[in-house]
Write a protein that binds this ligand. Structure first.
Ligand code: CS2
Length: 475
């Protein structure tokens, strides 16, 4: 089978080609973190806006670490297919919005050049929570090896924050054109988070022009907060086969996702952007209500289902939600978390929507994928509602049970977490009774770790899960 590329576009089956002509694009957006999520979400919204209004909003996508995405996409001229999986059947089409496919350190000079270019007015990022190197206080972790290596002045920064700071420095020294940096990762206040990290980096840089740069960033660079939502499981060989069969050409970069998509953006852009509002995106003064609802309900219950489901021998989200305990646990968790959410949100409708999305068995969203980097996800998804309920004097048995489920998960043989070595040491060095406070400390919550009553409750719930499985949370 020949490979998907621009020469193959003319012979694709009807209705499976890009919405807009890829040859009309120039690079106006830089994206950091060229994973499946970006290709199934922001790239698609951008292509839809392009089809409606033109503008040539091509995206230069920069892979951060692995070279496999580039190896898949470069020979395909940046083209790849998105298959939307509905319970009724899949729908596949090619997306053509990537104008360049590159690697952030191999192509560091091009990245710097684009970040400085006045043609580029938007930078988006999806590098997952761990890609930002935050310390537990929310600032930049100046002790992390990749951060110190970048700060030492390498011409090929490996962290997104280093890439942004260096790119902004050149921009300020040359065109001074305003820019918007749009973080699309699942973190509360993600715009402020990235703005702070970039500031921390510049402050720690020792650059003689640091003060001027900080002033210019404050005046000319916007960091809107956003909420992004579409379930995009990692594509498998079978997904690539299926997409290639539909297209009649081999697609090594195929991605799959659910039909649902949501994008909420804080309306504080500093410069021109695609008209994403005409593709269903919502521009609002404050994304916080959408953000807490999505992070705490969708992502929070994902993490809970993954910890419970893996321990219960389930493989996918659909397997977990359809287990006898699945939906009752999700609804009990959501009812509790809802007490931490703004009152005017329609939580009931949102949760019904989640149950329907999670039950979509065509998705095959693996629990193991979601369980990755749990220590960083728990901090975003469970700890803020837990703290808020506790300080309001409200009970939080589901969130406490969720933490117990995560504590058990940290013993998992296949644990994939930046803190895995530390967790292993905790379990090695302590008896079970000592592990909970150590793990809570590792999450950056010494106050909870020192609260004996709370620690005892988590330990009791760990024991209950050991004895009765996930239904223990419903007792
Ligand atoms: C998931 C998210 O892997 C995870 O942690 O909770 O990737 C989730 O699927 C997306 O945020 C959905 O928008």
């Amino acid at each position: 089978m020949t490979r998907l590329d621009r020469t193959a576009l003319g012979s694709l089956p009807a209705g499976t080609g890009p919405l807009a002509d890829p040859r009309a694009l120039r690079t106006r957006i830089v994206h950091l973190g060229l994973g499946a999520f970006h290709r199934a979400h922001q790239a698609v919204h951008t292509e839809q806006a392009e089809a409606l209004h033109g503008g040539g909003w091509g995206i230069a996508g920069f892979s951060q670490r692995s070279r496999s995405v580039m190896e898949a996409l470069a020979p395909q001229d940046g083209l790849y297919s998105l298959t939307l999986r509905t319970p009724e059947g899949p729908h596949t089409r090619v997306v053509g919005q990537l104008s360049e496919v590159r690697h952030a350190t191999d192509d560091a000079a091009r990245l710097r050049e684009l970040l400085a270019s006045p043609e580029v007015s938007v930078v988006t990022s999806t590098v997952t929570e761990k890609g930002y190197w935050r310390a537990t206080d929310g600032g930049l972790d100046l002790t992390a090896a990749p951060v110190t290596a970048d700060l030492a002045g390498t011409p090929e920064p490996a962290t997104v924050v280093g890439q942004l700071a260096n790119g902004l420095r050149v921009r300020q020294a040359t065109s001074k054109a305003p820019l918007t940096v749009v973080c699309c990762d699942n973190m509360a206040d993600n715009g402020h988070v990235v703005a702070r990290l970039v500031r921390d980096y510049v402050q720690a840089s020792g650059w003689p022009d640091a003060d001027v740069l900080l002033e210019w960033i404050a005046a000319q660079v916007a960091f809107p907060s956003t909420v992004v939502d579409r379930i995009v499981p990692a594509a498998t060989d079978a997904d690539r086969e299926a997409a290639s069969t539909v297209l009649g050409v081999r697609d090594e970069g195929a991605v799959v996702g659910e039909p649902f998509t949501q994008w909420v953006l804080q309306d504080t852009f500093a410069a021109e952007r695609p008209r994403w509002e005409d593709t269903g995106a919502l521009f609002v003064p404050d994304v916080a209500p959408y953000q807490v609802m999505k992070l705490r309900l969708l992502n929070g219950s994902h993490t809970l289902l993954s910890c419970l489901g893996l321990a219960d021998g389930r493989e996918t989200v659909a397997d977990a939600i359809t287990a006898p305990w699945g939906e009752p646990v999700l609804r009990a968790y959501a009812a509790e978390v809802a007490r931490s959410l703004p009152e005017d949100l329609d939580v009931e409708a949102y949760v019904d929507g989640l149950v329907a999305r999670f039950t979509n068995s065509a998705m095959r969203h693996r629990l193991r994928q979601i369980a990755t980097d749990g220590s960083l996800k728990v901090t975003e998804r469970w700890l803020p509602p837990l703290r808020e309920l506790r300080s309001a004097g409200l009970p939080a048995p589901m969130l406490t049970g969720a933490l117990a489920a995560w504590v058990r998960h940290t013993r998992d043989q296949q644990l994939d977490d930046p803190a895995a070595d530390r967790m292993h040491t905790v379990w090695h060095a302590t008896q079970r009774r000592g592990a909970v406070p150590e793990l809570l400390t590792l999450l950056g919550t010494p106050d909870l770790a020192e609260d004996t009553g709370f620690v005892n409750t988590v330990e009791e719930r760990v024991a209950a899960l050991d004895t009765s499985g996930p239904t223990a949370l419903l007792g």
